[in-house]
Ligand binder design. Sequence first.
Ligand code: CDP
Ligand code: MG
Length: 737
Amino acid sequence: AFFGTKKLSKDQKNYELLLENQVDFIQSTILAGIVDNKSNKLKNKLKKKNKESESEGSDSSSEIADIDMKEADKLLTPEEKARLEMQQGRDSLPVFPYRDDLLKAIRDHQVIIIVGETGSGKTTQIPQYLHEIGYTRFGKIGVTQPRRVAAMSVAARVAQEMNVKLGHEVGYSIRFEDCTSDKTLLKYMTDGMLLREFLGDPKLTGYTCLMIDEAHERTLHTDILFGLVKDVARYRKDLKLLISSATLDAEKFSDYFDGAPIFKIPGRRYPVDIYYTKSPEADYVEAAVITALQIHVTQPAGDILIFLTGQEEIETCQEMLQQRTRGLGTKIAELIICPIYATLPSDMQAKIFEPTPPGARKVVIATNIAETSLTINGIIYVIDCGFAKQTSYNPRTGMESLIVTPISKASANQRAGRAGRVAPGKCFRLYTVFSYQQELDETTIPEIQRTNLGNVVLMLKSLGINDLIHFDFMDPPPAETLIRALEQLYALGALNDEGDLTKLGRRMAEFPLDPMLSKSVIQAEAYKCVDQALTVCCMLSVGNSIFYRPKEKAIHADNARKNFFRPGGDHMTLLNVFEQWKETNYSTNWCFENFIQMRSMKRARDIKEQLVELCKRVEIDYADEKLSTIDDELYTNVRKAFASGFFYNTAKLSKSGNYKTLKNQHTVHIHPSSSMFETLPKWVIYHELVFTTKEFMRNIIEITPEWLLEIAPHYYKKSDIMEEEGKKKVKMPGTAK
Ligand code: CDP
Ligand code: MG
């Protein structure tokens, strides 16, 4: 066994318990290609580089900075000292010695592929370098990130480094949150937001330079951006294009961008020892907790990074760690637990970057956001569960669900690499060496090949790109998926027989929402319930985090939740929660008493404010004539509005007691969290499918089958909703060309 070498006295029961439940690891390999004793060579090279820049009049070599620091102790205010330290930090990043070479390369080439290890300073430094030499004189520098958390935190960091207020010279823009101003020169944003900017300004005239960052992640939006920016660069020769990536397969990017040169930033990496479990772990959250505690009690100082798949697991892990460290008493060093995932509020996100106080140890519990987009300094130990949540789409059934999937070898190695940034590290893989070698794919499949393309097709269509089959994709999506997206948009009424955007489609494209949701909101106008539909839409958008259910008060929490139930289904329940909260004037106390997560509610309110603005812009009658009281008619209307967007997701209770989707006869189940879990209505429409132990429908409404004929007469025929068995098979609607 790897752990448990430390002798502990008999009465320290808790320690013993810890060691009893060990996860057995065997060390297998040392990660190839790391440092390979080059770190010294690199240091020399760095020194040389610094000397060179010194002679060019730069004063930023590390030695000079060291001397400055001593002087600074006496002469500077704490703020000034902090600034100096920050500057010193900037100048010691791996990218710094290459600053001038990089700038020259950018001057000489329109498109450049930049490759560098995570943490080398690509995202935070390169845009600043460009700013420093004047690229922002005639426009902005835009930097895209696949993840919202990364966009926010990196912008905050850069604002701090430049000593400006976030939102002024440096800002960020993510869906439903625009933290930029007229002053903004460096704009960090999600890839989806830049895609939206194309709608308003297809030439991106506001930018002098674009950095498509984290290109290796190959998110759907980044992949689409590749095609669009490549095109813009052709007729805007003044636009600089940087494609940056943390992995070495840059050739592919280079090939795609007509042979653009590759600029490699040599990273600094220390060796990482890899440990695998002897046998597969049944419960990787439990195994992660045990491993973290074992590291904590037996291993030298250094922070821990745990990779799990989502918020729920992260919270469970956090709770377990808190509980078990409580039992350890004061003999053990403090363990600071920091969760990080996409919907975590930004003040709490900032916590993961705070330096660990001496004597304590930090454990960061993250989704794969910490794989490459965020660098946390001080990590020595990585615990990798081997899984990540991925969307998976089946074009045949039209069903998309989030599934916990094994990661790829490339991801596993990225995760391990996080342990070797500051010193030699250790990575504990909660899976066997056999799994790693035999069961993991080499690389992750690009998202574009495993997701529903409805949104993107709508957007491309509104950009006037009609021939999607011949769009310049780096890796084209399966033709079937494209056709399915076109079919769905056609069924929603966003495209006409010719495959051209309809007026409805144009309005739908304005909303930063899924086509099914935007259709529901637009359709709500006819049902005079736009306000309510928007509320439901926002409540659905904040995800699965409205109700709070602490373990020790589970019964109270469940009762509180049940009190919110309303006839008609979960959408009505969500509406009811929001309306009641509004009546208390958005009270915090009310949330607390009713086991409602205040943060999620606030977010829903924020989103709603923005959608209300959007409605005004696309001239949707949002306030007039609305049905003001919550009554049966309103409930029916809201459900009809959602049915007009989601009619595709209809399921019917079959004789066997299961639900079957109407179109594909696929077996699905009502999620236990649903208000309809016990009522089992005959006809339902679901908001989404989640696959855990079974395929669950989450957030459902009860419908009357006749509505389907009223709402989607082109899609459902009378025979679809007739009772008798053996009715003829449903035909697909005409495929848009
Ligand atoms: O983009 P790349 O992975 O190459 O590196 P980066 O994100 O620019 O990070 C460079 C340095 O800034 C790292 O040492 C990070 O730890 C640090 N950083 C930070 O302290 N706080 C942030 N919010 C972001 C970066
Ligand atoms: Mg980065």
